[in-house]
Ligand binder design. Structure first.
Ligand code: 5GP
Ligand code: ZN
Length: 152
């Protein structure tokens, strides 16, 4: 994983953080910025971003993840209450194949209601036991070799 500077001049979200591009800001503190998504899939669709330029989950130090995650419950409650939504998705797209289009990590908060028009195509497959065992041992081996949380 590459070293990353705190800010990237070519990054649209870094430019929002720097105040060079406007946003509909909800909350800001020293670690995070929360603002309304410019193309909401439902009313209240918001983004929470670390102020440091981190590409996505694969490059995210644990302390950055912790700082963002710390704010998510209160933000989700406040946003969902504001639009009277009883449910929400918290979504962190990481990588182009996972539909990440802005390469500065961002958590989507997407309020959900029973009668909204947002649709997630989710078609469960079947978990085969042998495949599961092989996969788990691979993951466990990888995890043992991981650096603890990437250095800050
Ligand atoms: P991704 O597909 O990378 O997970 O999501 C990127 C999100 O950022 C999209 O939902 C898109 O509408 C939002 N977005 C992109 N550019 C801007 C911007 O300049 N301002 C705001 N507020 N949202 C943006
Ligand atoms: Zn950035």
């Amino acid at each position: 994983m590459s070293e990353q500077s705190p800010h990237d001049g070519g990054c649209i979200f870094c430019r929002i953080i720097a105040g060079e591009i406007p946003c509909q800001k909800i909350i800001e503190n020293q670690n995070i910025l929360c603002f309304l998504d410019i193309g909401p899939v439902v009313v209240g669709h918001s983004l929470v971003i670390p102020k440091r330029h981190i590409r996505n989950i694969f490059d995210m130090p644990s302390e950055v993840a912790a700082a963002v995650a710390y704010e998510l419950p209160a933000l989700a409650r406040a946003i969902c209450a504001a639009v009277e939504a009883p449910a929400c998705h918290i979504l962190l797209n990481s990588g182009i194949e996972a539909m990440q289009s802005v390469h500065h990590a961002h958590y989507h908060i997407i309020p959900r209601k029973s009668d909204d028009s947002f649709f997630v195509p989710w078609r469960p497959g079947k978990l085969e036991t042998q495949e599961a065992h092989n996969l788990i041992s691979k993951i466990q081996k990888n995890y043992e070799n991981m650096d603890e949380g990437l250095s800050a």
